[in-house]
Design a protein around this ligand. Sequence first.
Ligand code: SF4
Length: 438
Amino acid sequence: MPTAIEFFKLLPKTNCKDCGQPTCLAFAMLLSNQKASIEDCPHVQQEAKETLAEASAPPVKTVKVGNITMGGETVLYRHERRFDNPIAYAISISDNIGEDAIKERVAHVKSLSFDRIGMIFKVDLISVKCASSDPNTYADAVKLICSEWEDGIILETDNTDCIKAAMEICKDRLPLIYGADDGNVDALVPLAKEYGCALGLICKDMDNAVDLVKKGESLGYSNFILDLSPKNINECLERHTIARRAAIKKKFKPLGYPLMNRVGYGEYAVSTAVISTLKYGSLVIFDDLKSYEALPLFTLRQNIYTDPQVPIQVKQDLYPIGNPDEHSPIMFTTNFSLTYFTVRADIEKSKIPVWLQIVNTEGLSVLTAYSAGKFEPERIVEAFEESGVLNKTDGPVIIPGLVTRMSGKLQEMINRKVIVGTNESRDIPKHLREITSE
Ligand code: SF4
């Protein structure tokens, strides 16, 4: 990524403020931090715009498969900024196993879905494997899968007739065509280009990857995902690292594409997926995945692809717990995920219905948010007004014990009895039972 000064040199330097920034330099700094787009300055010459767009393009190309964005990464290490586009997981289904078995497999893929601290973890794509080599059988399987599955599709075949037959059904989903190698890249690149779809290149090794990419680019297309075909997890780690370092540190464009792995099923498959998740993979296709393998893998992905500078948050909203009524107490806390789920679990333990109001504190916990001025009575009253909770119940408002000092002002502002709650979430059940039995 160019520096702010390099961007600045290409800007008009009139400080006209039309981009919303006080100076061209301020705008250049935003550009270098990827917090603004060159399109926001209406006065940049077309030539400079093209230079800037090229210079600011991520070293790893951004590729779309359906609604999923792959690649587009700019750093080698997550702590340098963040990784932007999480690795996607796919499970394959063969086209020749019969209607009932296909439906069963789709149901299994859908069942690998987990709600974890407010986020849904799930399989992203189904890869339709062409085992029949028959365009009609393949198209029927793709049609059936598309009727049962709303998300992304991979066409796992090198048979151009099968790809064309399947595309008639699923081209709107922008599937990945996975199956190009030395032998058929000339035929598959034009096909991928015709449909505007990404093409998976099966590369024998690093040199072959460079050759295949150059061949594809010479045919006027550059929408690829590279399978570097590692034979074991060491090779996976090594090849992915070499490719990503070459792309980011050396600006070596032929390896600046998202990386993928086609694994089978079992321990080796999961180990490779773990390496790929940790080290620069954008897609793994499994033959199968069990829930006890999927959940840890999804959790690892979530850890790697969260922004280390932004805490995980839940939405500011009113969360009724245990069917609260018009006399139930109101509790409130911050939108830091961990706080929310801890408090929620302790309220549930008490078996006492409560209206739990979550206040947007930008993901900060109670004391930090209070110290930063983001958990003030004004902000809490705003949240109450937005949810209308004070009209839903005449029950008391229970304030977190750590912010007792705001109780007087809050009581005055809402004209409602305010009770000081506990410092620790674990004491909530006992406290709730005590105040509701009074
Ligand atoms: Fe500079 Fe363009 Fe912003 Fe005007 S709109 S201040 S020329 S960057």
